[in-house]
Design a protein around this ligand. Structure first.
Ligand code: NOJ
Length: 773
């Protein structure tokens, strides 16, 4: 192709992108942004190949120090100062003043003054820490999740950030995997609803509701859906393990939540570390170009996960960084997060004719467009300002929201008529356990600058009950165990015994014991898979010794995953699962223990009886030898040494009242594909306290051309009921809810019988039937 022809082809390509953009954002006129896009076209044309590749590179925060840029052969990326000046993005720095200075220096020194994109993992809050995403899942409240995401976005943008690496919408089913804490759980429908809510909260708009993207508006931040795709299904729950999923399971169970967030307008997607059916995501052309871009309609920026492009060498797919860069650009990865591939070899690959420059232009165009959407060409600092940090960080409004969300995420697993603990009994409550006075309640992906601002249970209880007697009881970790960073607790048997004996003594002379146990926050998150998912052995010993002298044990459990709590439940009169509740954890726990706030969380992930049951999840496929009684004898589905049933099912959670459900009824027993029908049940508060119930609707496809799940969540509604009050709860069933990939891999619904269940959890037997014709 001659120069002129090439120029024309490039011009046409930009025009097409521009038209697509106008269409996708419903813009028709030549408004300000569109004018700006025409300037962007010009900018892209003016950029050198090195400048363009620079935009596609993200460097880590540790390359920027107070003393200036850390570059050269010994640095993470082994980059020259000149190349570093051209990069498009920085990962992992925060602080309004610092980011202002960095941005200023980069913009001023860049040949075209292109601002940096500043990205960070704001997973469950910036400085005000909300409950971990798995706990947010237990709220079953898109409204609350959206509000928390927006509060996090406000704090994050105040500190100068533009993009958060959230929502994480990986479907998770294996509690051994450390990252289950980052997902909203094991259900595709719930994850999709909450993923949408997070995107709305971060980006401040909903594409589904026809709202225009306005990332430049104060308080809005760009979201990034991750990890595309299937990262939540590593074999054996082992971190960074490969993933093998049938295309049917992948599409039906794993894709919907990512898809929902993209529909909602999420502007970025991150590739995953794992292979999917033997191909690493960052080099998977089918996954990225066909599924993500073509089928799911994603037109934003695709970033790799941290060093994932170079990791294709160790996967044995690429010979070196050069080949890894080629695989990634062919798959459509726009930005290379902290690896040597793009920065070192992409320009060379273009010059050698191995990669068309068009692919680079496409990627850079998307990156420039995102910067433009964030308003960075007008104001590269966006909202970043020290004064805003001071106003927003840990402000009363955000703290209040964190407290409300925490309380609503707690799952009451058992209550043998002991909770709530009335305030009159204040003097007789003992608070025992390694979590009793700890601020370590943030979860693995939270990095508050002032962790001491977190409220401990002791502090929360003191506000409610006046002074409380506190004793540590044992250490957080067993002496032979370590966190993912290799941190151990060193203590002698005598020191442990002293703590245990103190606890026994205090428990013996108290009316009630609130025992605060759990796994260490650094036993969870990335790089923290576990083979044993119970409490540390010394914590269990503490429970046994306390229980031997006092039967009134209320156990509060902290965790980042569904732990095996079988013994804990047996030995305690009440068990409250509080996950990693965040900044206001202690206040929220006191709110719930005292009954000032009623628990309303429902499990977003099944709780196993023992680790051997894992992965255990409710929406499994039917077998030829179902085991409804949960027997362990005979040629029947299950185990010979343990029930097939989990300790508590998905959707389960108690409160301080009880609810009754009427039988389910359907508006019509025959449903035509073009119609909808309604399923109803009346829910009654049969107890003595006003409370909220999360009413859940599940569907079962009785017979299909392929085996269908036992049950599938297809709706949930929260109802607040006074004692004695009843409310009819109605769900609309649409044909879409009945669709699946049939035996020919066609996404369709099949005529036949369906069961609709309405009840308090996934174990409900309360059903009606209808036929699809
Ligand atoms: C690796 C993690 O997998 C990803 O979730 C995170 O966003 C990046 N590191 C950046 O911190």
């Amino acid at each position: 192709m001659g120069d002129q022809e090439e120029g024309f082809a490039f011009y046409c390509f930009l025009k097409i992108l521009l038209l697509q953009w106008k269409k996708s954002t419903n813009r028709t006129g030549k408004d300000e942004k569109v004018m700006k896009l025409e300037q962007l076209e010009k900018l892209l044309q003016d950029m050198s190949l090195e400048e363009k590749v620079g935009q596609m590179v993200q460097i880590p925060a540790n390359m920027l120090t107070e003393g200036g840029l850390l570059t050269g052969p010994t640095d993470t990326m082994e980059m020259s100062e000149e190349t570093t000046r051209l990069v498009g993005s920085i990962l992992g720095k925060t602080g309004a003043e610092e980011l202002h200075n960095i941005q200023k220096e980069f913009v001023e020194n860049h040949p075209h003054h292109i601002p940096l994109l500043l990205m960070y993992d704001v997973i469950n809050g910036m400085e005000t820490i909300f409950p971990i995403p798995l706990a947010q899942g237990c709220t079953f409240s898109p409204e609350l999740v959206e509000r928390a995401a927006h509060a996090a976005a406000k704090e994050a943008t105040a500190t100068g950030l533009h993009v958060t690496f959230s929502p994480m919408l990986d479907l998770v089913r294996d509690a051994r995997w450390g990252r289950v804490m980052e997902s909203t759980g094991e259900d595709p429908w719930l994850n999709a609803e909450l993923g949408r809510a997070m995107v709305r909260g971060y980006q401040g708009s909903s594409k589904v509701q026809g709202e225009l993207l306005d990332l430049a508006k104060e308080g809005n931040i760009a979201g990034c859906v991750k990890h595309f795709a299937g990262y939540g299904a590593p074999l054996g729950g082992r971190e960074y393990e490969n993933v093998e999923l049938s295309e049917r399971t992948f599409r039906e169970d794993y894709l919907p939540a990512y898809q929902a967030a993209i529909e909602e307008g999420c502007v970025m997607v991150m590739t995953s570390f794992n292979t999917l059916n033997r191909i690493p995501s960052s080099g998977n052309q089918w996954l990225m170009r066909k599924v993500l871009r073509e089928e799911m309609g994603f037109d934003g920026v695709l970033i790799s996960d941290y060093s994932a492009v170079d990791e294709m060498i160790r996967h044995g797919i690429a010979e070196d960084s050069r080949e890894a860069a080629k695989l990634a650009i062919l798959a459509g990865v726009d930005m290379d997060m902290v690896s040597n591939a793009y920065v070192k070899y992409l320009a060379e690959l273009v010059r050698d004719g191995e990669v068309e420059e068009r692919l680079v232009d496409e990627a850079v165009w998307r990156i420039l467009k995102l910067k433009n959407d964030l308003g960075l060409f007008e104001n590269p600092y966006k909202d970043g300002a020290k004064e805003k940090e001071e106003i927003l960080f840990l402000c009363p409004e955000h703290r209040g929201l964190a407290r409300e969300m925490a309380a609503k995420s707690f799952v009451l697993l058992k209550n043998d008529e002991i909770l709530p603990l009335e305030q009159e009994n204040a003097g007789t409550i003992a608070l025992i356990g390694p979590y009793a006075d700890s601020t370590e309640m943030f979860g693995a992906w939270s990095f508050p600058k002032r962790p001491e601002q977190g409220v401990t249970i002791k502090q929360g209880m003191e506000v409610r009950y006046g002074s409380v007697k506190v004793c540590r009881g044992c250490f957080m970790q067993d002496e032979d165990k370590q966190t993912k960073f290799g941190v151990k607790e060193k203590y002698t048997t005598e020191e442990l015994e002293t703590l245990l004996a103190e606890a026994e003594k205090l428990a013996g002379k108290s009316e009630t014991v609130v025992l605060c146990l759990g796994e260490h926050r650094e036993y969870t998150g990335e790089g923290a898979s576990r083979t044993e998912i119970g409490l540390p052995k010394h914590q269990l010993e503490l429970l046994k010794r306390v229980q031997a002298v006092n039967k009134n044990v209320v156990t509060v459990v902290f965790s980042g995953r569904p732990l095996v709590l079988t013994e804990v439940v047996e030995l305690s009169r009440a068990v409250l699962l509080v996950w990693m509740p965040g900044t206001e954890g202690g206040s929220a726990i006191a709110d719930v223990l005292s009954g000032a706030v009623l628990p309303e969380g429902k499990l977003s992930m099944t709780l196993p009886r023992c680790v051997g049951q894992v992965p255990v999840f409710y929406n499994k496929f039917r077998t030829g030898r179902p085991n409804e009684e949960g027997t362990t004898v005979g040629y029947i589905h299950g185990y010979i040494d343990e029930s097939i049933y989990p300790l508590y099912p998905f959707g389960y959670g108690l409160t301080y009242t009880t609810f009754g459900y009427s039988k389910v009824s359907v508006s019509q027993e025959i449903m035509k594909k073009t119609e909808t029908i309604a399923a109803k049940a009346t829910v009654t508060n049969t107890g003595t306290r006003e409370a909220v119930e999360t009413v859940q609707m599940y569907l079962t496809d009785v017979k299909g051309s392929v085996v269908r799940p036992v049950k599938m969540l297809r709706g949930f509604k929260k109802v607040a009921l006074k004692p004695g009050e009843s409310r009819k709860v109605t769900f609309t069933i649409t044909e879409d809810m009945l669709k699946f990939y049939d035996s020919n891999m066609v996404y369709t619904s099949e005529p036949g019988e369906f069961e609709v269940y309405i009840g308090p959890d996934s174990d409900t037997k309360n059903k009606a039937v209808f036929r699809l014709v």
